[in-house]
Design a protein around this ligand. Structure first.
Ligand code: WTA
Length: 648
């Protein structure tokens, strides 16, 4: 049996950086040269240049007790100070956020405004007995208060644990209990496609399952009737209105905890990923500057949610420490219609736009008439994150959103890594659709086989990181052993990312999905991502999910689920055509045994396809937990279809 992941999909298209881009780029080839010469020196220089320290560190990396690494450990700083105070002298009127509410209301928030809001909330938190090191849960929609809350915690040295507003009461309670959070900041509700997400009611539900919470702060947003318990629940506006707009930032040690962010692992219990202060800020500020090539007057839009790490690193800490002007949008991309994002780009003349492949595939499905109805010519650079991007989706993004003139950065990283690890540098790297290209300066990635040996060009295996990096996770909250077991126990001295990856003949890195998304068909490992890309490259296919289901003969058989573009209808002939198409693109071995055509795919609320669920459906098992599913209706529909469509 082959130990390596088969390298099947070939992509020959290549896009050079434009002359304009490369001649003005923030990061040049020199960055690689510097980092290759002396990695620690490179990071030290970034840390000293990008951070305003209360006390500069004298040591870069303490690796005396692996995998518990410490960065800049005797340095002192405050992240809220770095994101706000230090910009005020010269740039207090600069806009930090152009905020767009889903219903159409807007706010223009300058750095001075943001500073004052953060100070007021910081003072209010202190009065509610929140002290340095205490954990605060934040359960809000994408209103400015989510940013203010994160920064207020950072200012007073409290540890924030943002819980995505799409999670249930139970999920929130689990996270509160694990972190032993003493206060939660929430809102009456959040707007989502014109409907109210009942945040406060969910908090009430979770408080029945936890005893840690002493106070609840409630932002008024949707204005509907909610339950307020006297003494415990406080309106945000009442609590903050009379507070002073000044609050001295707490002096934090470089390795004090900044936040916990929960992420799912292979067991049902979510892992609390722990990030600390200085290394994290070094990582996000550096990568935000080099990968997005951010310039003084750019309008930047990371269309993520602060409930995920992308929002933490590339809406809050990276951009604000770099004094960036951002757009922030509260709602769904199709509210009130599918033109919403493009109208926002036109309105604010956005230059840099960062989103996820799942969103891009939705845009493809909705049709090009929506972006074409707006002037997107202000765009200069596009980014993606979260999953492998299918080459066809990349090319579509390039053509219809980027007008064939924007650089695209496909950025690979994880909640655990804190900041971008593998990505093109827009002024340096020639990109290939679907490839995240290579590790950034100061990052040492490699691809290994089962035994931990590095694989060569043209070969696949498991993605690993060789040396510690500043923004790495420090542990799993309250569970050092799980930190060791999950990330550092596969091969001596290597961080195991849990993703499959391959090098092409030129040494470009291609991500192949989570390792458990790798199928084994007749002794060959095949990436679900590659088969999906082949399917999506068919003109009628909008989105595809592929899983390996148990098969008596081949070990696993490839089962595909596809949704079609626009009003296309599928039939037996199309299914035949698609199987042949995959066979043509990759080889007969990758031909799906069954293809189910479906109007939609089951997704988590963060937009990731739930392959585990599709596997259960295909193997006709009792379904596992579907509580995090965004579109639960699709499951029974799929169960009906899946049983009718075996092709062989
Ligand atoms: C996947 C999101 C391919 C990968 C920042 C990783 C990607 C997981 C990419 C982390 C990319 C993220 N290409 N796959 N550009 N970016 N992933 O923790 O499987 O929500 O391990 O962090 O997303 O997801 P997380």
């Amino acid at each position: 049996m082959s130990e390596k992941i088969e390298n099947l999909l070939k992509e020959d298209r290549k896009f050079k950086p434009s002359d304009v881009l490369s001649s003005n780029a923030n990061a040049t080839n020199e960055w690689f040269e510097k980092a290759n010469k002396d990695r620690l020196d490179f990071w030290k220089e970034q840390a000293l240049n990008r951070i305003t320290w209360f006390k500069e560190p004298t040591e870069v990396l303490d690796d005396s007790n692996p995998p518990f690494f410490k960065w800049f450990k005797d340095g002192e700083l405050n992240l809220s100070y770095n994101c706000l105070d230090r910009h005020l002298e010269t740039d207090s009127d600069r806009v930090a956020f152009y905020w767009e509410g889903e219903p159409g209301d807007t706010q223009v928030i300058t750095y001075r405004d943001l500073y004052e809001r953060v100070c007021k909330l910081s003072n209010a938190l202190k009065k509610l007995n929140v002290k340095k090191g205490d954990r605060v849960a934040i359960y809000l929609g994408m209103t400015p208060e989510i940013v203010v809350s994160m920064l207020a915690c950072a200012r007073i040295g409290a540890v924030h644990s943002v819980v995505f507003g799409g999670f249930s009461s139970e999920a929130l309670a689990d996270r509160i209990n694990d972190a032993e959070a003493k206060l939660v900041i929430t809102a009456d509700g959040a707007w989502r496609r014109g409907e109210i997400v009942p945040l406060k009611a969910n908090v009430d539900g979770s408080l029945k399952l936890t005893n840690y919470i002493e106070n609840v702060i409630v932002v008024k947003r949707t204005q509907h009737e909610i339950n307020m318990e006297f003494g415990r629940d406080h309106w945000y506006h009442e609590l903050t209105e009379n507070e002073e707009a000044v609050c001295k930032p707490e002096i934090m040690n470089a390795e004090d905890m900044l936040y916990i962010l929960y992420t799912s692992g292979t067991t049902a219990k979510p892992k609390g990923i722990v990030h600390t202060q200085a290394g994290y800020l070094t990582g996000v500020a550096t990568t935000h500057y080099e990968v997005f090539d951010i310039k003084e007057n750019d309008i930047y839009w990371c269309a993520a949610d602060c409930g995920w790490v992308t929002g933490h690193s590339y809406i809050v800490y990276g951009p604000l420490s770099n004094k960036t002007t951002s757009v922030m949008y509260e709602g769904a991309p199709n509210a009130p219609d599918e033109k919403r994002l493009w109208s926002i780009i036109e309105k604010y003349k956005v230059n840099i736009f960062y989103t996820a492949p799942t969103a891009i595939r939705a845009f493809m499905k909705w049709g090009i008439e929506h972006p074409q109805a707006h002037d997107l010519s202000s765009l200069r650079l596009l980014g993606t994150v979260g999953e492998p991007i299918n080459p066809e989706a990349w090319v579509w993004y390039h053509k219809y959103i980027g007008g064939e003139k924007c650089a695209i950065v496909d950025t690979w990283w994880q909640t655990e890594t804190g900041s971008i690890m593998i990505s093109p540098l827009p002024g340096v790297t020639s990109t290939k659709p679907g490839s995240a290209c290579g590790a950034l300066p100061g990052i040492e990635s490699l691809i290994i086989d089962n035994e931990g040996n590095p694989v060569g060009k043209g070969e696949g295996g498991f993605l690993a990181i060789k040396s510690p990096w500043p923004s790495m996770l420090r542990t799993v909250y309250g569970d050092d052993q799980r930190y060791i077991d999950t990330y550092w126990s596969q091969h001596e001295g290597l961080y195991f990312a849990g993703d499959g990856a391959k090098y092409d003949e030129e040494g470009y890195i291609w991500l192949l999905g989570r390792v458990d998304d790798v199928m084994n068909v007749s002794g060959h490992r095949i990436s679900t991502a590659e088969v999906e890309s082949a399917l999506v490259s068919h003109e009628k296919v909008a989105e595809a999910a592929v899983i390996g289901r148990k098969d008596e003969i081949t070990g696993e058989a490839i089962a595909a689920f596809v949704s079609l573009i626009g009003t296309e209808k599928g039939d037996e002939n199309l299914i035949k055509e698609l199987r042949q198409h995959v066979s043509d693109k990759i080889g007969p071995i990758a031909k799906p045994k069954s293809i189910v055509i479906t109007p939609d795919l089951p997704k988590t609320r963060s937009g990731k396809i739930m392959r585990r669920l599709l596997k259960d459906i295909s193997e006709e098992r009792k379904l596992g937990d579907v509580t995090t599913l965004a579109n639960a209706d699709i499951v029974s529909e799929l169960q009906n279809r899946a049983t009718q469509t075996d092709d062989e």
